[in-house]
Design a protein around this ligand. Sequence first.
Ligand SMILES: [Zn+2]
Ligand SMILES: [Zn+2]
Length: 470
Amino acid sequence: MSARSNTPDPNDDPGCTQSDAAEEASAARDSEAGLSRRAMLMIGATGAAGLVTGAAAQQTAPAGPGIAAGAVAGMPFRAFVRYGTEGSVEDLRLRGIKPTQVLVRTRGSCGCYTVTSSVLGTFPQNAPAIPNHSGMGIVEAVGAQVRRVRVGDRVLVSGTPWCGQCHQCLTGTPEWCNYLAPGGVPNDPIADMADGTGVIESAVIGGLSEIIVAYEEYCVPIFSDLPDEQIAMLGDTGAVGIAATSVYDPVQIGQNVVIFGAGPIGLAAVQGARAQAAGKIIVIDPVRYRREKALEFGATTVLDPNEDTDTLVDRIRELCAQRTDRLDAGGQVAGNGPFSMQGADLVVEASGLDRFPPAVEVGPDPTGLLALRQAWEVTAPGGSLVTLAVQDGDIAFPASAFCLSGKRIYGGQMAGMNVMRDTERFITAMENGAVNIGAIITATLPLDRVKEGFQRVADRTELGVVFTFG
Ligand SMILES: [Zn+2]
Ligand SMILES: [Zn+2]
């Protein structure tokens, strides 16, 4: 069943589905927060912003016009829309928002390699859609049931939601909050093109648009003065990289970290490893300027996977070797093969496949599978592997080593982030200079240059690309 299938209509009286006692308790809680749920629903039903007044309204009530869905319907805006085999910036008209949705005036949206196919690809897109899957901006209107953000808030629309109530959120895998699951929430058209064709948002977010209509669960209020483009990076690549070293199995002081891929995710992971006081930080990437960036951000060794491809794993294991082979003195047996004792405490796989031919140095395997296999091989027994990239095809591992080698493997959707918990921590680390996501951003471009921006992402000639608005 869809997580949203029971979403109440704002015109329904919630009292008809609750016992009086429960309703009373709920009203008491809401009233402590400054606004009763019934009053909020009334706002949603009538569109009247002035129903709640005084101090209570100032504390909790979303201020200003446009609270109700009807009040924003028809609003004109521009967005990059992919339809058929074409993509272009279109003039759209908003359909309105649901009681559980937030209307965001976009200020920034981070370009992600995963999205290159959606912008530049030649496959037919049957339902017109606004590509991308994150953004940030200012809340301009909220549905009547929204509590987390208010009109006027600065907000990150994260690529991953957090509801705090679904099974995955309650059992320790919030990166797979069910609002993200296929069928978790309806992805209905949010706007119409000039000919009346409805337009949806990719991943119920879109981002390459002056307006984002997002479910509340995807919204993270931002209480920081960091620049828009840096906050935008926290919706996707920037946050994923920092999380890779600090969420599943955080790097401990002096531990060795290996990072495959020095794109925006890998470079943020380098910064995260450095901030966690890692020992060796070994980065593998075929592109020279990316290896140089990695060194700038704290990598201790950079390797080109095209050089000595067959011995790369041995080389990394040697780099991670303990100081002695004296087993009675904390040492470690040297050696290779599936049961090698040598390897890194944490390995981050962030290289991925080539969806388009790179315009820079090309790695040894465009499918990305070789890097994934090598990443597993250089993970030490008891070490952790976080896989972040997308590959093409299937991969095989030696079964007994896969089953017995004690390697912890995290299929790292958003690197395991709880976005409501971790975004705040990452912002603090950015503010105090422990990580510098701004240094990963190499281009900020307007909406009219979306194709150019994603072409550069596909070419791998840029690192962080952020589209900015207004
Ligand atoms: Zn992405
Ligand atoms: Zn959830």
